[in-house]
Design a protein around this ligand. Structure first.
Ligand SMILES: [Zn+2]
Ligand SMILES: [Zn+2]
Length: 96
């Protein structure tokens, strides 16, 4: 018996190198690996380049920043998103 590397289920491997309990877990793990690799390549491409916050504040952001906003603007973006949502809800409400 082995435990699946993904879901921890116990299974009997058909081949000695089998590490996942079934196709579903294997497929999910493969997808994760592809996504992980994609993200790593994306980050590596940023090395050596100066990246600035897309909020327009001029703050330089790290290669590990995936949404492009600095911490400050990220907060502002959330507030703006929330406000827009509330405004939308208000108008939706008015329509009825
Ligand atoms: Zn599994
Ligand atoms: Zn910013």
């Amino acid at each position: 018996m082995k435990s699946c590397e993904r879901c921890d289920n116990k299974f009997t491997p058909k081949v000695s190198y089998q590490i996942y309990c079934g196709d579903a877990c294997r497929d999910e793990a493969t997808k994760d690996k592809i996504a992980e690799r994609y993200l790593r390549i994306k980050r590596q491409r940023r090395i050596g380049k100066k990246r600035f916050c897309i909020g327009g504040c001029g703050v330089q952001i790290s290669i590990y920043n995936d949404d492009g906003f600095c911490a400050n603007c990220n907060i502002n973006k959330k507030i703006v998103d929330k406000m827009l949502k509330e405004v939308k809800e208000y108008f939706d409400y008015g329509k009825e």
